[in-house]
Write a protein that binds this ligand. Structure first.
Ligand code: DNO
Length: 363
């Protein structure tokens, strides 16, 4: 029987946030943190001594660091420029440096220009809490406007995937992606994966791609990890368990045409989900459009059945890492949108409760 999931909590680092490792350690059931190094420019090697120091710091607080989210992919790799080989070599060295200190999974994404997109980072819910929300009508035609909104609404924190120095050149980025369609982007992803897989195998580090958020094209940019077919393509294109998935339930369900439960079941069974981001979303106008907000984790607060989500992982032999995904801002907390302490801690407790019930029911 499988009871090997490992509950984790995303942590941005002592100089990047006010949530402390001691606080995380006190959340029942959390074994490890999901770490990152936001200050290292994309494309550069993560220095071994920095990795060693981070792992030591986490372990000194009684937690483990086995998952990194994210080692971002340089745009030259996504676009397929000749300079990509240099960045791929750097990526391989980063994998080696991480492996040496016990990292097992690297979460990344292959979205051009933007990581996740939301229209509102402070959407007010009737109960007083605030959350992230996506309403198509509020997405400006000019991406620059969105960037301006984000730079105002993040409470002084850098948002993951929205690094200011990179986004300062958003016009240039749109320019270099001008001839990159979905096929080209797929080709470039396969080129990247084939180049790094031997290193991953040698180091026993699994790659886990995050689905596109939202899972459809925005601003005319290609998106290639949107649905079951894309995930199936990915697994077959480079057919090794080291080429795996970060299954983000929210991102997948943001297209209501996706059957998030069936996708979870299938790719867990296929041994390709190494990391699960578990969150609930609430469709604002079901049947009419894809607008949604990120609700509390509890099933009845959103549109997803969280029991079925956890069951899909549990019953199909999931042995990877889980983290509650974004949480709302509750109890007066302020912080990085999506990444407060309190609501994510409630998410942990809830997912652990579902897992325990499934375990005991199965015995
Ligand atoms: C947002 C996150 C994403 C995710 C990246 C993975 O909160 O889920 O930024 O970390 O897409 O590379």
């Amino acid at each position: 029987r499988n009871n090997l999931m490992e509950m984790t909590f995303r942590w941005y680092g002592a100089d990047q946030e006010k949530i402390t490792l001691d606080q995380i350690r006190e959340i029942p059931g959390v074994k490890g943190v999901v770490g990152c190094m936001m200050d290292i420019p994309v494309g550069e090697v993560w220095p071994e001594e920095r990795v060693a120091a981070l792992v030591k710091q986490v372990e000194d607080h009684g937690l483990t660091l086995k998952v990194i989210e994210s080692v971002n992919i340089h745009d030259d790799i996504k676009v397929g420029l000749p300079s990509r080989d240099k960045y791929i070599e750097n990526y391989k060295q980063t994998i080696r440096n991480l492996a040496k200190y016990g990292i097992k999974v690297i979460c990344y994404n292959f979205m051009p220009v933007f990581d996740w997109i939301k229209s509102d980072l402070d959407y007010q819910l009737p109960d007083g809490s605030k959350t992230l929300c996506f309403e198509k009508k509020d997405i400006p035609d000019d991406p620059q406007e969105l960037l301006d909104t984000y730079s105002k609404g993040t409470n002084g924190f850098t948002l993951p995937g929205w690094e200011p120095e990179r986004l300062a050149q958003v016009k240039h980025l749109f320019e270099i992606y001008k001839d990159v369609d979905e096929d080209k982007l797929r080709e470039n992803l396969v080129y990247f994966l084939k180049a790094i897989m031997p290193t991953c195998e040698e180091c026993d580090v699994k790659m886990a791609i995050h689905p596109d958020d939202p899972p459809y094209s925005m601003f005319g940019l290609p998106r290639i990890i949107k649905n079951r077919e894309d995930l199936d393509w990915l697994c077959n294109a480079v057919d090794t368990p080291y080429n795996g998935i970060t299954l983000c339930t929210g991102s997948i369900a943001e297209d209501p045409a996706n059957d998030v439960y069936a996708i979870l079941e299938e790719f867990t069974r296929r041994g390709r989900i190494h990391f699960a981001h578990v969150r609930n979303i609430k469709y604002l106008h079901p049947g009419e459009n894809k607008d949604f907000y990120e609700s509390a984790h509890l099933s009845e607060e959103g549109s997803l059945d969280m029991y079925r989500i956890v069951q899909a992982l549990h019953d199909n032999g999931f042995t990877g890492f889980i983290r509650p995904d974004h949480g709302r801002m509750i109890w007066g907390e302020t912080g990085r949108p999506g990444y407060g302490l309190f609501d994510r801690a409630l998410g942990v407790a809830y997912i652990n409760g579902l897992w325990e019930a499934l375990e005991k029911k199965g015995k």
